[in-house]
Design a protein. Structure first.
Length: 477
């Protein structure tokens, strides 16, 4: 009886083993204690090529951005643009004097840049404005400052050593980050020359601790943005060779709306447009009767999504998610709710928890089956699919160099999005499309989560076996 019982159990489990065999190499991570959810299938035939607990709810990290991309395309379409305005209740008089405040109405453009602010400045000058007898006000009434709900962003208010933890505002510029340029002095031993990237006038404080060294001595720079009583300060240390080219360093600002105000004010003054009362920030919507004096449009949404997903830009992803919320003053919880509402309309998706569009929030949860359901839904929408799939990376040609591994088959037959978290547990997640040797389209997802007791997990441990498993599927069909 025990032998017959064992045989019966094995027969019942055969379908599960057959499915899991498609991810035989990836599945070995389970032996080390990692939690895995994986699924791969062909789209037109529906044939299942492999699965490991595909319904298991796991953290997708930045694979969350494919949900954001799909929801944004569904809401606005590929050619949508965000508009930023300079408005005022006053008109310039014959002498070019604006008797009133000048308001930057932040339109939620996730890729608003210094170049855009400079174009606004030139168009304001073209409109005849030469002086503002009032204040420059940056209005972030749509959203901002957005409450931080992740450790990285909360800590970034006071000090930060990266750009990816940038805080959020509908009037943020340059992905919410300051930029300084470090160049060598003419003589070794002298302090390096450090200036703002966007203005000759100082718009962020600089604490210069970089020493110029002789030719070919090497360049090693460290930078941290700290908030002091005087405002944001970029503390830069290290060395730079006399024959080195200037280096640009980006660090998240403590307040993206105030960063925009300081940057635009410097540009106005550089263009000869004086502002009597300086710059400030407001959360109040400009009056309906305010007239637009200058405006600038963003790149089309399909271009924004390419930048967002290719570079896994957290600032852009969460800005776009916040724009999905209809009511003003939204936070990331509401933005996640808008994404969940979109997912609820997807066939066969199943449960999902999204607290951000970026995936920085460790509470995000979905399943491998959910990710492939989303990918299939976009494949079935021919008007949106080209823009959606173009935002993913080909391992052979993508900007993320760590993807350039595996065989030529994996390199050239796969388009994917990755996700990485290291706290509170290690997360390595991948989802995307593949084309088989016979030209069939397939979808796949692999979510690997650590636990408090699992060892460190690097991308080689996930990508190498996953690439081998996908290569076998691609070659077999």
């Amino acid at each position: 009886m025990p032998r017959r019982l064992l045989l019966g159990v094995l027969l019942m489990l055969l379908p599960l083993f057959a499915q899991a065999s498609g991810f035989s190499r990836l599945g070995e991570l389970a032996d080390k204690g990692f939690l895995i959810g994986a699924e791969a299938r062909l789209l037109d035939s529906g044939e299942a090529l492999g699965a490991i607990e595909p319904e298991r709810q796991l953290s997708p990290a930045s694979v969350s951005k494919v949900y954001l991309a799909a929801a944004a395309l569904d809401r606005w379409g590929p050619q949508h643009r965000f508009t930023t305005h300079l408005v005022s209740l006053a008109d310039p008089d014959a002498d070019g004097v604006l008797h009133g405040d000048l308001v930057l109405d932040g339109g939620g453009d996730p890729m608003l840049t210094s170049e855009d602010l400079w174009r606004l400045t030139q168009r304001l000058h073209q409109a005849g404005v030469r002086r503002v007898e009032g204040q420059l006000i940056v209005s972030q009434w749509r959203y901002g400052p957005v409450e931080c709900i992740t450790t990285d962003r909360c800590q970034a208010h006071s000090r930060v050593a990266n750009a990816y933890s940038a805080l959020l505002s509908s009037a943020g510029v340059n992905h919410g980050s300051w930029c300084v340029s470090v160049a060598p002095a003419p003589e070794p031993g002298d302090p390096a020359r450090i200036t703002n990237c966007d203005s000759q006038a100082p718009i962020v404080g600089i604490d210069n601790r970089v020493v110029t060294q002789p030719d070919d001595s090497g360049t090693r720079l460290n930078a941290e943005r700290v908030l002091r009583d005087s405002g944001d300060v970029m503390v830069v240390s290290g060395q730079i060779s006399t024959n080195a080219r200037p280096r640009s360093i980006y660090r998240a600002s403590s307040d993206p709306a105030r960063q925009s105000a300081a940057t635009l004010l410097a540009m106005l003054e550089q263009a000869g447009i004086g502002v009597r009362d300086g710059a400030g920030v407001s959360a109040t919507q400009p009056p309906a009767e305010a007239r637009s004096l200058a405006e600038v449009e963003s790149e089309p949404l399909q271009e924004l999504l390419l930048r967002t997903l290719n570079h896994s830009n957290n600032f852009m992803a969460d800005q776009l998610a916040l724009n999905l919320v209809a009511s003003p003053r939204a936070g990331l919880v509401e933005a996640g709710g808008a994404l969940e509402t979109f997912v609820a309309g997807l066939p066969d998706h199943g449960p999902v928890t999204l607290r951000s569009g970026s995936g920085l929030t460790p509470e995000n949860r979905t399943s491998a089956a959910g990710v492939t359901a989303l990918l299939e839904s976009m494949y079935r929408r021919p008007a949106l699919f080209p823009s959606f799939v173009a935002a993913l990376q080909s391992p052979a040609n993508g900007v993320m160099r760590f993807l350039r591994r595996g065989s030529a088959t994996f390199q050239q037959h796969v388009m994917l999005k990755t996700g990485t978290l290291n706290q509170p547990v290690a997360v390595r997640a991948v989802g995307g499309y593949f084309r088989t040797r016979g030209g069939q389209w397939g979808v796949f997802a692999a979510l690997v989560n650590g636990t408090a007791t699992t060892p460190w997990l690097n991308w080689r441990q996930v990508l190498d076996p996953l690439a081998a498993d996908l290569e076998a599927m691609i070659d077999a069909h």
